[in-house]
Design a protein around this ligand. Structure first.
Ligand SMILES: Nc1ncnc2c1ncn2[C@@H]1O[C@H](COP(=O)(O)OP(=O)(O)O)[C@@H](O)[C@H]1O
Ligand SMILES: [Mg+2]
Length: 273
């Protein structure tokens, strides 16, 4: 993407972002709550239109060829795409049907994904009875059923316990080993460090730093991987005034759906800068 701009009213959320992710690599977009990460993912996945800038995904212009972009990508949103009243297996089948996958091979893929994500035992229980880690794995499995070559993961591990987080990391690594290109967003420098070839730090609508994880860590005094320390080192100010990086969310259970997971517009507003 070149010169990406997006405003909501007079709030310039993305204010001229240039970013390239080479095929087969992992790019981590690091930023606090309200930095514009989800906005960027939504633009890349054609759910939102940019105000200005050129954005190409898998070689296709998101504005002119949105259908081609959509058929090339898989997206795991910040909030779950799972239908909590369906079982895990039904959720995967539904996704396969929506993607017009061949019924018979889809059934095999569903079984393989349930197995891969350690969800076989729970597969025929409603998703709402599952733990946050299991739901997140199902969410990822639903993204992967179409075998996308390019995946966007919006805060894939926010709210997960350390074990579930590492499971998600393993999945990302497997995908990359298969040649898949990954753009993920995160509030955790350690996650970027664990997974990414390159990291971009988003602050006040622009990328304020970009490089290999080691390069960014070298800019931060001490061994800290705390986002506040990273931001202080890179921008001269804290990541946020309220809440964004106080890692309470790292240990809180994943909320079962968007309405409870969302912290609400006021919180987002106050943490925007
Ligand atoms: N549809 C919208 N209308 C108005 N403001 C929005 C909308 N979506 C996001 N915003 C605002 O844009 C900013 C960036 O939001 P978002 O992209 O969700 O950030 P992040 O994902 O990094 O937390 C926030 O201040 C948010 O309140
Ligand atoms: Mg977000």
């Amino acid at each position: 993407m070149v010169g990406l701009h997006k405003s909501f009213g007079d709030h310039h959320v993305l204010d001229g972002v240039d970013l390239t992710v080479p095929g087969g690599t992992v790019y981590a977009l690091l930023g606090p709550n309200g930095a514009g990460k989800t906005t960027m993912v939504n633009i890349l996945s054609t759910l939102l239109t940019a105000d200005a800038g050129e954005v190409r995904v898998a070689g296709h212009d998101v504005r002119r060829e949105p259908a081609r972009v959509r058929s090339a990508i898989g997206v795991t949103g910040q909030f779950s795409a799972i239908d909590m009243f369906l079982t895990g297996r039904e959720n995967l089948r539904l996704m396969a049907d929506l993607s017009h996958l061949d019924r018979r091979s889809a059934a095999r893929d569903v079984a393989a994904l349930l197995d891969r994500f350690d969800l076989v035992e729970a597969a025929d229980r409603r998703a709402l009875t599952w733990s946050g880690g299991m739901q997140r794995r199902l969410d990822l499995a639903m993204t992967l059923i179409t075998r996308p070559r390019l995946i966007f993961l919006d805060e894939p591990t926010t709210g997960l316990d350390p074990r579930s987080r590492r499971e998600v990391w393993d999945v990302v690594r497997e995908q990359v080993a298969d040649g898949v290109t990954v753009l993920l967003t995160t509030q955790y420098l350690e996650e970027a460090d664990a997974l990414a070839d390159r990291v971009g730090v988003l602050d006040a609508g622009t990328l304020v730093a970009e490089g290999a994880p080691a390069e960014l860590k070298a800019l931060v005094p001490g061994d800290s991987t705390n986002l506040d320390d990273v931001f202080l080192a890179l921008t001269g100010h804290a990541a946020s005034a309220v809440g964004a990086t106080h890692t309470a969310d790292a240990i809180a259970p994943t909320a079962p759906n968007a309405s409870t997971a969302q912290t609400g517009p006021t919180d987002q507003e106050t943490t925007a800068r």
